[in-house]
Write a protein that binds this ligand. Structure first.
Ligand code: ADP
Ligand code: MG
Length: 344
């Protein structure tokens, strides 16, 4: 089986920044393809095969660049109609294999992330959880030298199919990073709607006002900021900034929200608020969360996947199932050892 690997970006999308504010420029070197998806390394990419792993800042989403007026999509015809919340979506990864240069870091990972559920990804550092997450919304292809094989289906449609727009995948599948990355100098209000222009959505003033309120309510931040929407996002506490980032993600009406250790930089109170927010959000957005906190995985998720990688070997899923069963009655001794804190 072979699947499309980083299909060339259509010309009209080449300069559209992603909602996650990662430069698209890096994507051009990520178009290497794997021969068969059965573990053979892809042919060498054109550049930066030996690039070092990204710095912490990059892993957490680079410092965002404020969208400017002239940064509208190249293709003026690409104006997305703003839709009401859509039906819940299932995300399915099939035989996902990933490389950085000739280093395979994921080996044929398949996982179904069910509609309307929280799926937690657990496992020791370095086993490919963040890479897997970045593949789920096509951010992996922005890393120089990165390649992948396999399929990612959003309600049955492969987001890597050449007919699928990169911007649509980013819009449908939002991402929240470990380190909150609001635009610090931009107002709270403008932070929430920052993704609209980037994904080609145009709204009138009143609709925008309604949307800002709706998203801040959903992100559990409205009560705390309703009287200071014009103050800069950077003035908020860390936990508030993270909820602002969640609100920003929600504004483009994603169908899936990916969260990479969203609470690991937060205090317990902020963590609790975010967890409560997730419990509400999952009624309309499918959530996938990477967490190193075993208690958090048990509190927030209904499904759980345990990733593991031997030293220098690619990561894979050892076990997957209902979270309760994974923790109370794991089938694999390695899962048992991990969830009971005996390693990792
Ligand atoms: P986790 O999130 O489980 O800690 P990662 O997905 O970050 O794991 O990393 C998986 C493997 O890929 C690790 O060996 C890591 O060093 C490597 N890796 C991650 N990002 C890059 C990169 N940009 N370039 C090269 N190697 C990378
Ligand atoms: Mg990680």
């Amino acid at each position: 089986m072979s699947s499309p690997l980083f299909p060339p970006t259509p010309p009209d999308e080449g300069n559209v920044p992603s909602v996650s504010h990662v430069s698209e420029d890096a994507g051009v070197s990520g178009q290497a393809s794997a021969a068969d998806g059965q573990g053979s390394p892809p042919p060498p990419a054109t550049t930066a095969f030996n690039c070092p792993p990204p710095s912490g800042a990059e892993l957490n989403g680079p410092p965002p660049t404020a969208p400017e007026d002239e940064q509208s999509p190249d293709d003026e015809s690409y104006t997305t109609v703003y839709e009401s919340p859509q039906p819940l979506a299932t995300l399915e990864a099939r035989d996902v294999t990933a490389w950085f240069g000739d280093h395979m870091v994921l080996d044929q990972v398949s996982l179904t992330m069910h509609a309307g559920r929280v799926t937690s990804l657990i496992g020791p550092s370095g086993c490919g959880k963040s890479t897997f997450l970045r593949i789920l919304n096509r951010m992996h292809q922005l890393v120089p030298g990165a390649a992948m094989a396999g399929e990612v289906l959003l309600d049955g449609v492969d987001i890597y199919h050449p007919s699928q727009r990169l911007t649509q995948a980013r819009r449908d599948i939002g991402m929240v990073f470990q380190k909150p990355n609001p635009f610090p100098a931009m107002s709270i209000y403008d932070n929430v709607v920052a993704g609209l222009k980037l994904t080609g959505i145009k709204l009138g003033r009143n609709d925008k006002d309604d949307l800002v309120k709706e998203c801040l309510v959903k992100a559990g931040l409205w009560q705390e900021v309703r009287g200071r929407l014009r103050q800069p996002g950077g003035a908020l506490s860390g936990g508030q900034q993270q909820r602002l980032c969640i609100a920003r993600s929600l504004a483009v009406r994603p169908r899936v929200l990916l969260m990479d250790e969203p609470c690991s930089a937060l205090d317990p109170t902020s963590t609790r608020v975010i967890e409560e927010t997730m419990a509400d959000l999952v009624r309309e957005v499918t959530i996938v969360i990477v967490t190193h906190n075993m208690q958090q995985a048990q509190r927030v998720s209904q499904q759980c996947a345990f990733f593991l990688a031997a030293q220098g070997q690619p990561g894979y899923i050892v076990e997957y199932g209902p979270t309760e069963a994974m923790f109370d009655n794991p089938q694999d001794p390695r899962t048992s050892d991990y969830v009971h804190g005996r390693f990792g």
